[in-house]
Design a protein around this ligand. Structure first.
Ligand code: CO8
Length: 258
């Protein structure tokens, strides 16, 4: 499918989706989010794809939802169309691992999109923020929810109330991002992390994603039970036999997603 606001490349089992609205700092509008969800669904159903990377440009991962698009909307408009709700649900339905490769601005909906991914690798130039407060509104796609769970109440309040930007090193210290690398190395690092994930059993990587995400939705006791049952159920797969046999035979495992 031909897209206008994103670029999709599939190479070596990794789908790289690059947000591409350079004139608007990759601001998220209906078209971009629609195309992103469609590309993610394609990646989900493409057997060749085993991991997904979402990236922006060096300057901006995404500077937020498109303010020009939203500025004239009324409550009835945004509530009636459930602004960005279906797209957010669409992203959450993807079961394959998704890495956000963030350089430059990840603000508002951009920061929230990065947090919807499974983990964030940032360049040393990345700047995260929830500056919606400056527009007379507040975060609407996870900036008051996911961010609070990632970095804690105090920092999440600080960011949402003051609208300040958080630099990459603070984001790493705070647990928002998993790694920070020099900007020139960002895509190499993200693609190599994706390639590493792509080598694993896809059944096991989907199980990991489900289980870690479950930890946000449930009590510790229920989460531990869920984790244990999923762990046990993986013994029904050929990949478990292969993975353990390969370890004992001191060779690389050849997973077949069975
Ligand atoms: N929307 C639309 N256009 C944008 C956006 C945006 N979020 N961000 C940047 N642009 C555009 C600018 O308007 C400008 O376009 P033009 O040249 O036509 O005027 C172009 O990108 C370049 O931007 P700047 O000239 O401002 O570049 P600077 O380097 O001076 O500044 C910044 C870069 C700091 C990123 C600055 O552009 C900025 O502050 N942008 C807005 C950041 C922001 O407020 N983001 C939050 C938006 S609201 C949101 O995300 C809500 C999400 C939740 C929705 C939930 C629905 C349920």
């Amino acid at each position: 499918m031909a897209y206008e606001t994103i670029i999709v490349e599939v190479e070596d089992h990794v789908a790289l989706i690059t947000l591409n609205r350079p004139d608007a700092m990759n601001a998220l509008n209906d078209q971009l989010l629609g195309e992103l969800v469609s590309a993610l669904e394609d990646a989900q159903s493409n057997d060749k794809v085993r991991c997904i990377v979402i990236a922006g440009s060096d300057k901006a991962f995404a500077a937020g939802a498109d303010i020009k698009m939203m500025s004239e909307k009324s409550f009835v408009d945004v509530f009636g169309e459930d602004l960005f709700g279906p797209e957010a649900e669409g992203i959450m339905r993807i079961r394959k691992p998704i890495i956000a490769a963030v350089s430059g601005y990840a603000l508002g909906g951009g920061c929230e999109l990065a947090m919807m991914c499974d983990f964030i690798i940032a360049s040393d130039t990345a700047k995260f923020g929830q500056p919606e407060i400056n527009l007379g509104v507040m975060a609407g796609l996870g900036g008051s929810q996911r961010l609070t769970r990632f970095i804690g109440k105090s920092k999440a309040m600080d960011m949402n109330l003051t609208g300040r930007f958080m630099e990459a090193d603070e984001a790493e210290r705070s647990g928002l991002v998993s790694r920070v690398v020099p900007v020139k190395k960002l895509m190499e690092e993200a693609m190599s992390a994706a390639a590493k994930i792509a080598e694993k059993s896809a059944i096991a990587t989907m199980a990991v994603k489900e289980s870690v995400n479950r930890s946000y939705e449930t009590t510790l006791r229920e989460g531990l039970l869920f984790e244990r049952r999923v762990f046990q159920s993986l013994f029904a797969t050929e990949d478990q036999k292969e993975g353990m046999a390969a370890f004992m035979e001191k060779r690389e495992a050849q997973f077949r997603d069975k």
